[in-house]
Write a protein that binds this ligand. Sequence first.
Ligand SMILES: NC(=O)c1ccc[n+]([C@@H]2O[C@H](COP(=O)([O-])OP(=O)(O)OC[C@H]3O[C@@H](n4cnc5c(N)ncnc54)[C@H](OP(=O)(O)O)[C@@H]3O)[C@@H](O)[C@H]2O)c1
Length: 248
Amino acid sequence: MTVNPTALITGASRGLGRALAAGLAREGFDLIIDARDAAALDAAAGALRAAGGGAPADPGAHRPGGAVTALAGDVTDPAHRAALLAAAQAAGRLDLLVNNAGTLGASPLPALADYPPDELRAAFEVNVIAPIVLTQLLLPVLRASGGAVLNITSDAAVEAYAGWGGYGAAKAALEQASNVLAAEEPALRVWWADPGDLRTDMHQLAFPGEDISDRPEPAAVVPAFVRLVTERLPSGRYRASHLMPVAP
Ligand SMILES: NC(=O)c1ccc[n+]([C@@H]2O[C@H](COP(=O)([O-])OP(=O)(O)OC[C@H]3O[C@@H](n4cnc5c(N)ncnc54)[C@H](OP(=O)(O)O)[C@@H]3O)[C@@H](O)[C@H]2O)c1
C-alpha cells in the first residue's frame, strides 16, 4: 500500500488540471489523472513523472510524490469512471478528488434564447452529472481516508454574464451540489472554488480570436489550491484570488 497521499484530478492533460497535478505532486501526492486525448495525457504524465514531484513545502510532511497513473477516458463514460475507482482502490487510498474536467459548451457563447438544447444537455453532463456521479462512486474510498473533494467552478456560477447562461447554470448546479454534499459529509472536506480567469484553451474558446495573454497562467493560482488542501480549510466556497498565500 502506498504511503503517500493520493489525489485524483480529472482533466489534467493541460490547463488548470495539469498545473494542479504538478503542484500536488510537489506536495507529496501520488496522482491519478485523466483526459480524453490519450496522447496529450501521456505527455502530461511523462512530464509529471520526470519532475519527480520535487521537494514538498514542508519536507517533514511527506516524501516527494510523483507516482502517476494516467487513464485516458471521458468523465461522462461510466466504464471510465469505474476504471478511475479501480485505480483509487489499487492505490489503497484516496485523499483528494479534484473535479476539474469541464466544458465551455457552445462556442461562440450563445444567448440562452438561442442555446441549442443538445449542447446544453452535453454541458450539464460534463460539468454537473459526471462530477456528482464520480464523487458518489469514490465516496467510500474518500471516507476511508478522511479525504476531500475539490470542485472547480467559476464566477460565471454566480454572476450574470451575457452568453454564459449554459456554462454558468451548470457551474451553479455544481456549486449547490457541493454545498449539499458538504452538509451531508461533515467528516470530509468539500470545497467548491472559482480559480479566476486563466490563460487556457477553454478561456481562449470563450474569447475566440481575442488576445488573452493578459490572463495569468494556471500555475499562478496553484498556491491558493495547495493552501486549501494542506491547511484543510473548512468546507465551503472559495475564490483562488482570496486564498493566495501572503508573502511573510
Ligand atoms: N480558464 C479559465 O479562465 C477558467 C475560469 C473559471 C473556471 N475554469 C474551470 O477550470 C477547469 C479547467 O479549465 P481549463 O481552463 O484548464 O480548461 P482546458 O485547458 O480546456 O483543460 C480541460 C481539461 O479537461 C479535459 N477534459 C475536458 N472534457 C473532458 C471530459 N469529458 N472527460 C475527461 N477530461 C476532459 C481536457 O482534456 P481532453 O480535451 O483531452 O479531454 C483537459 O485536460 C474547468 O472546470 C473550467 O470550467 C476555468
